[in-house]
Design a protein around this ligand. Structure first.
Ligand code: B12
Ligand code: SF4
Length: 514
């Protein structure tokens, strides 16, 4: 069959700071290709809806498979599915991915018959089974694990047997040079591990994978790296190098092969401090950027986000990363109840430190604990506002003033790293990129004001809502994590970490789950 795999368009964040390849979609595309199907892939972060419909009209796929990791992309995908079904009534249209898994039933209802099913969980094992059913007996689709249709549901989603057997279809992307993060331009993505053993209340990374944690073997990682042409590598792991040995083994395999790349990764401050030797080694291998989820600069804020790390530890981690000469970006979560004074304190603090500071807005998401426990009323039913750049909870300041303060704060922080100031400090890098025809990084330096603008952000709240999100249930004090999981929780045996690391995780997580 002809299968068209589609990643939806960019959100605010990917309009400026970065654009990365849709690794999950490439993995399911490859699994479909290995099952004998003819597969094409389009990424609407880098191409337009017109490009998409050109493929639909000319190639006439039998199956269209959308990837929905981000809740804010739901309306775009539903609209595309409806228009596609009008053009190709015989086609089978499905949606998979992180967010689609948490709102499967709603997706189908919005689709009004245009979306044949949602496939929950990891797609690599299930999609080939689903394609088999579509080709031979469409009624049998509800027997496939993870399938949800308007008529019924299949068995629960299953994990792939071995991450080592997977390989992304990187060759299917039509514009590989459009992917970048900061000065890593162009940049490819890679996965070393899957899942997260912690259980932060605002996050769904752990609930999707049932708090499991699996690893790819160093040999397979090196094989994949050797196939990648891009000089920059974005490591997509939720928390990089939790297990020191795995990080060292991968690094040694890379060093043996003499692979020279520049890397970006995300980790926790306490993991960095615990596994200093791994990060020091990786600095020598080319680790250039690190993102640490600090979330708050006061203890009360950390507690609110269920981060059981002390502020002192976070600051120590920043200090250590600085000493290695790695560029560090941190994330702070702005709460809608912040007033002008609070924003001013943040601005002041951020200007005192050399790190890149990213500010996102506290947003409860389906699939997180906060979705069930947040006592404030979610004020909107518009999926598009759930991108952690908009306020969906009541703001203490009038909404426009909240955005004014938010954007002003982001602006101050960006002045350190975007625009002329940044170009001055990165002139050599920028010139090198331009010489190689890479313009992503240089274009990004000036885009901020056209995307981050309080008037635009406020006007997003006034847009007509075509698809209404289901609101959270009545707030509860605690929530049984079992109701949040997409993949069932395999317990201790599902976490590929040694006992000492397991204990370390136990001590630093909030203990919401088994
Ligand atoms: C890497 C990453 C990014 C990358 C982008 C990757 C990309 N281009 O897709 C960057 C840094 C750009 C990013 C940005 C953002 N991200 Co992000 N990101 C992640 C992260 C850490 C890993 C995703 C990943 O690549 N995993 C590895 C691949 C292999 O897995 P996967 O993509 O999930 O794919 C598997 C399944 O989902 C499924 N699948 C996927 N597609 C399909 C399609 C079909 C047809 C099928 C059957 C199955 C299927 O099968 C795949 C293989 O098993 C996740 C957390 C997580 N663990 O999921 C957060 C996460 C997805 N991001 C999140 C958020 C909030 C954002 C931002 C909005 C943040 C911001 N600051 O503004 C932006 C918006 C990005 C945008 N679209 O514009 C949230 C999503 C919340 C939500 N419910 O919407 C998550 C869950 C993080 C969290 N802690 O809550 N992100
Ligand atoms: S450490 Fe917390 S925030 Fe980070 S991925 Fe794990 S659960 Fe999510």
């Amino acid at each position: 069959m002809k299968v068209l795999a589609v990643h939806p368009g960019p959100l605010m964040y990917t309009k400026i700071y970065l654009r990365l390849e849709p690794l999950g979609l490439e993995l399911v595309a490859q699994a479909s290709r290995q099952a004998g199907h003819d597969v094409q892939l389009i990424d609407l972060q880098a191409e337009t809806h017109t490009d998409y419909f050109k493929i639909v009209d000319r190639w006439k796929p039998d199956v269209v498979a959308f990837s929905c990791n981000y809740l804010a992309n739901v309306p775009e995908i539903v609209d595309l599915a409806k228009l596609t079904k009008e053009k190709l009534p015989q086609s089978f249209i499905l949606v998979g991915g992180h967010s689609a898994s948490f709102v499967a039933q709603d997706f189908l209802e919005h689709g009004e018959g245009a979306i044949d099913c949602v496939l929950k969980g990891e797609g690599e094992a299930a999609l080939p089974q689903l394609l088999l059913a579509i080709a031979h007996d469409r009624k049998a689709v509800t027997k496939v694990p993870g399938v949800v249709t308007l008529d019924g549901e299949g068995p629960p989603p299953r994990f792939v047997e071995r991450l080592d057997d997977l390989r992304p279809a990187r060759d299917l992307l039509r514009h590989r040079r459009k992917y970048f993060i900061g000065v890593l331009d162009p940049c490819a993505s890679i996965e070393f591990t899957r899942g997260c053993p912690w259980d932060c209340s605002f996050c769904s990374a752990w609930t999707f994978y049932g708090r499991s944690y699996r690893t790819v073997s160093p040999d397979k990682i090196v094989e994949d790296l050797e196939r990648i042409e891009e000089p920059g590598i974005f490591i997509v792991d939720d928390v990089a190098f939790i297990q020191s040995k795995h990080g060292i083994d991968i690094g040694e395999a890379i060093a043996r092969k003499g692979i020279k790349k520049q890397y970006y990764l995300e980790t926790r401050g306490d993991v960095l401090l615990r596994n200093k030797e791994v990060f020091t080694f990786w600095k020598q291998l080319g680790l250039r950027y690190m993102f640490i989820g600090v979330e708050a600069i006061d203890e009360a804020g950390l507690k609110q986000h269920r981060k059981r790390i002390t502020l002192g530890k976070n600051f120590e981690a920043l200090e250590y990363a600085r000493s290695l000469g790695i560029t560090v970006a941190i994330n702070l979560i702005a709460d809608p109840d912040w007033d002008r004074k609070r924003f001013a304190v943040i601005r002041e603090w951020c200007l005192e430190i050399p790190e890149i500071v990213n500010i996102s807005v506290n947003t409860p998401y389906p699939g997180t604990e906060t979705w069930h426990t947040e006592s404030r009323k979610v004020e909107t039913r518009d999926y598009r506002l759930f991108d952690i750049q908009h306020a969906v909870l009541p703001t203490k300041l009038p909404l426009y003033e909240f955005y004014e303060e938010l954007v002003k704060t982001q602006q101050v922080l960006n002045q350190k790293h975007l625009g002329w100031e940044a170009l001055r400090s990165t002139t050599r890098i920028a010139a090198g990129h331009l010489l190689r025809g890479q313009t992503n990084f240089v274009k990004m330096l000036w885009k901020f004001n056209s995307v981050y603008n309080p008037k635009l952000q406020l006007s997003d709240h006034a847009k007509p809502i075509k698809y209404q999100m289901t609101l959270p249930p009545a707030p509860q004090e605690t929530v049984n994590p079992k109701i949040l999981y997409i993949h069932h929780a395999p317990g201790r045996q599902g976490r590929a970490i040694d006992d000492v690391t397991e204990r370390f995780v136990e001590e630093t997580r909030m203990g919401a789950s088994a």
